[in-house]
Design a protein around this ligand. Structure first.
Ligand code: NDP
Length: 245
């Protein structure tokens, strides 16, 4: 058990990649705090299942990660319930795609607020835990869109590129304190976010060198690896079947 007696916070942990990450850390003995926007009942169910299967403590907190004050409050609640945070996985994210001439200001701001500012908010309010512990790992879920750009995703690509810059900045700040900070850049992973690819799926698969989409578990394995790798920091690990090489 790699992470016994440690607390892992996973944003957007009720479904998709976040749920797989929460489960992977629980399987390694970590107690789990899920920070999710909605889906209160589903979150409670995910927590019950983790406790039953892995005998870890698990609790869910309803919060919009783009809301600075709400994140501050939730991080205070997590401190009360768990004592500290050893691993922070910033996974919550949304898309609102459109080609640039059609992209509304509202949709641009919404994606940047959740996908990039949400990462800042969580790190900002968990920073003290890592400083005090002089150890730990922060993992931010970026995207290959943040590396390569992607037509129709000016908001998402900008936010995910920003997440890489946040990762490298905080990695430099926290390296002397024994804390690693890394990003994962997934390619096409089968979740609710990509379910609308539908009939375009076959064409898309031809662009992926390994020939198929990834699973949330593929990303979760990378997160567990990075959290345990003490000499890797400021890195962006692609989990993309080779799409962005
Ligand atoms: P899903 O849409 O399946 O899940 C997203 C999760 O984020 C949900 O649990 C959702 O909560 C939560 N969330 C959304 N907005 C907020 C918010 N404002 N505050 C708190 N929680 C929020 O997405 P995926 O699992 O596919 O994606 C997870 C991450 O991986 C995202 O950052 C995404 O950008 C990234 N990614 C995904 C790829 C893919 O192919 N799937 C590729 C590259 C990157 P709720 O359930 O309440 O809506």
């Amino acid at each position: 058990m790699k992470f016994k007696d440690q607390t892992a916070v996973v944003t957007g942990g009720a479904r998709g990649i976040g749920a797989a990450i929460a489960e992977a850390f629980a399987a390694e003995g970590a107690d789990i705090a899920i920070v999710n926007y909605g889906m209160e009942e589903e979150c409670a169910e995910v927590c019950r299942a983790l406790t039953e299967k892995y005998s870890v403590k698990a609790a869910a907190y309803q919060c919009d990660v783009s809301d600075f004050e709400a994140v501050k409050t939730v991080c205070g609640e997590i401190k009360k319930d768990f004592g500290t945070v050893n691993i922070l996985v910033n996974n919550a994210g949304i898309t609102k795609d459109n080609l640039t001439p059609m992209m509304s200001e509202k949709d641009y701001d919404a994606v940047v607020d959740v996908d990039m500012k949400g990462v800042f908010n969580m790190i900002r309010h968990c920073y003290g835990f890592f400083i005090r512990n002089k150890s730990g790992a922060i993992i931010n879920i970026s995207s290959v869109s943040g590396i390569m750009g992607n037509p129709g995703q000016i908001n998402y690509s900008a936010a995910k590129a920003g997440v890489i810059a946040i990762t490298k900045t905080v990695a430099r700040e926290l390296a002397p304190r024994g804390v690693t900070v890394n990003a994962i850049a997934p390619g096409f992973i089968q979740t609710d976010m990509t379910k609308d690819i539908g009939s375009g799926g076959e064409e898309l698969k031809k662009t992926i060198p390994v020939g198929h989409m990834g699973s949330p578990k593929d990303v979760a394995e990378a997160a567990v690896f990075l959290a345990g790798a003490r000499y890797i920091t400021g890195e962006v690990l692609r989990v993309d079947g080779g799409i962005a090489m």
